[in-house]
Design a protein around this ligand. Structure first.
Ligand code: 5GP
Ligand code: MG
Length: 180
């Protein structure tokens, strides 16, 4: 199937599903028997979170936090939050985000979760991790796919609010940037 706006597809639905199965197995093994709260960073991780959660057959609570650090295709170092944190005392927190790029967002979220939430532990799962030198070095315990430093969209990832609904992940056609 052709996807308007994509220069090329990196991961199709079958590849994403297979990788989520593997990630979910590791996450399930680690959190089995522990009080877990999954904290999704919205909007980008919406679809990743929905598909991953359904693969975790363990008791858990789901919460979300709005965070933004991006203007169009250029990353900004300032992270803004929408909404507060849920109570995390006595619980293990698993942060979900769509992509680890400069590291600014996850660094800020993790710091906020540790400072304000006081959880028993914090881990992070990202669907995508870019191969690059980060502004804020950040280790994600779970990462779906390593990608080159290109701007990708689909499966929750947007360009100026568009393309989140593509079922695949791909590289945005450069001609679409600034228009389309
Ligand atoms: P960071 O703070 O690590 O630079 O970036 C985190 C956020 O920037 C991600 O949650 C995502 O919303 C956005 N982002 C970074 N790289 C990309 C990309 O290649 N495509 C899209 N659509 N968003 C990106
Ligand atoms: Mg985003």
């Amino acid at each position: 199937m052709r996807h308007p706006g994509l220069q090329r597809v990196l991961f199709d639905e079958a590849a994403i599903a297979a990788r989520l199965d593997e990630m979910a197995a590791g996450i399930t093994a680690f959190y089995d028997g522990k009080p877990l709260t999954v904290l999704a960073i919205l909007n980008g991780s919406l679809i990743f979170a929905a598909d991953l959660l359904r693969r975790l057959p363990i008791p858990l609570r789901f919460e979300s936090l709005g965070a933004a650090s991006y203007r169009g295709a250029v990353s900004g170092g300032t992270v803004t939050f929408k909404g507060g944190l849920p109570p995390l005392a006595g619980r293990h927190a698993l942060i979900l985000d769509d992509i680890l790029d400069t590291g600014c967002t996850l660094h800020a979220v993790r710091r906020k979760v540790l400072a304000e939430g006081g959880p028993l532990s914090v881990r992070t799962a990202v669907l995508l991790r870019k191969r690059k030198t980060r502004i804020e070095p950040f280790h994600a315990e779970y990462a779906g796919f390593e990608i080159d430093d290109e701007f990708v969209v689909g499966y929750g990832l947007d360009y100026d609010g568009r393309y989140r609904n593509l079922p695949v992940i791909g590289v945005l056609d450069p001609a679409r940037r600034g228009g389309g």
